[in-house]
Design a protein around this ligand. Structure first.
Ligand code: PEP
Ligand code: MN
Length: 264
């Protein structure tokens, strides 16, 4: 079902009038984690003012260590839904277990599957019937074929609204957190009709690389970007402050991107 042979035209996902896929460029911006109502509201205001369409933020965080901040949980879903509504933004949040799919679907417009859960098949099956579009991140050691097979689980359940996300893979290089695989963008678009979103934040792990890799992703044909932005990255509650843009950097990036492709 994910294959271009099966479905030659680009899939366009329409969420409350925001179209994802085809010639459209969607920008999702926001913090790694929802931290407080004030934090997410202020970031939502800035994301909207810069011209992005979707507010990102994790209420449930998949952390490498069990003692690290795990996200504010269900309350974060409400904080984010309110901020999104107040500022006229769609919202995307990560869901980690099948049990939480329904509550996340109640609060968010798009559900995100993180790189660590790309092959959580029970989760993928549940997302097949969740009634919300899904952004499926590529596992950091997954091949294109494995990513497309993971998407197939969601599609097979009856959910046609799946986006693929390149978020960097693990290579021998340690300067960057991950290696953003730009080739994934045109390859996935040739193999599949699903929209392809690039995540230059996790793809590099370094703030100064987000802008060039965001532009490179759009030049490579990405249908959208998901970018971390924080008003106080040095004091953010996850380690991802180092890759989060400051609001003015996010704003300038979107102005530059507008020159490459209209953000619609
Ligand atoms: C995130 O988007 O904050 C995240 C945890 O992403 P990934 O699953 O790509 O690491
Ligand atoms: Mn993050």
């Amino acid at each position: 079902l994910a294959s271009r042979d099966f479905h030659p035209e680009d899939t366009i996902i329409d969420i409350k009038g925001v179209k994802i896929g085809g010639e459209n460029l969607v920008i999702m911006g926001g913090p790694c984690a929802v931290e407080s109502p004030e934090q997410i509201d202020e970031i939502a205001r800035l994301v909207k003012a810069s011209g992005a369409q979707v507010l990102r933020g994790g209420a449930f965080k998949p952390r490498t260590g069990p003692y690290s901040f795990q996200g504010v949980g269900v309350e974060g879903l409400t904080m984010m839904a309110e901020a999104g509504k107040r500022h006229g933004l769609l919202t995307i949040t990560e869901v980690m277990t099948p049990e939480y799919v329904d509550i996340c679907a109640e609060h968010a417009d798009i559900l995100q599957v993180g790189t660590r859960n790309m092959q959580n098949f029970d989760l993928l099956r549940k997302l097949g019937t969740c009634g919300r579009p899904v952004l499926l991140k590529r596992g950091f050691s997954a091949t294109y074929d494995e990513l497309l097979n993971a998407a197939e689980y969601i599609l097979a359940g009856g959910n046609k609204d799946v986006m693929l996300c390149e978020r960097g893979i693990r290579t021998f290089e340690t300067y960057t957190r991950n290696t953003l695989d730009l080739s994934a963008i045109p390859v996935l678009q040739s193999l599949s009709h699903l929209p392809v979103i690039s995540d230059p934040s996790h793809g590099t792990g370094r703030r100064e690389l987000v802008e060039p890799m965001a532009k490179a992703s759009v030049a490579a044909g990405a249908n959208g970007l998901i970018i971390e932005m924080h008003t106080d990255p040095d004091n953010s509650m996850t380690g991802d402050g180092v890759q989060s843009l400051f609001p003015d950097q996010f704003d300038n990036l979107l102005k530059d991107l507008e020159k490459l492709a209209p953000i619609v």
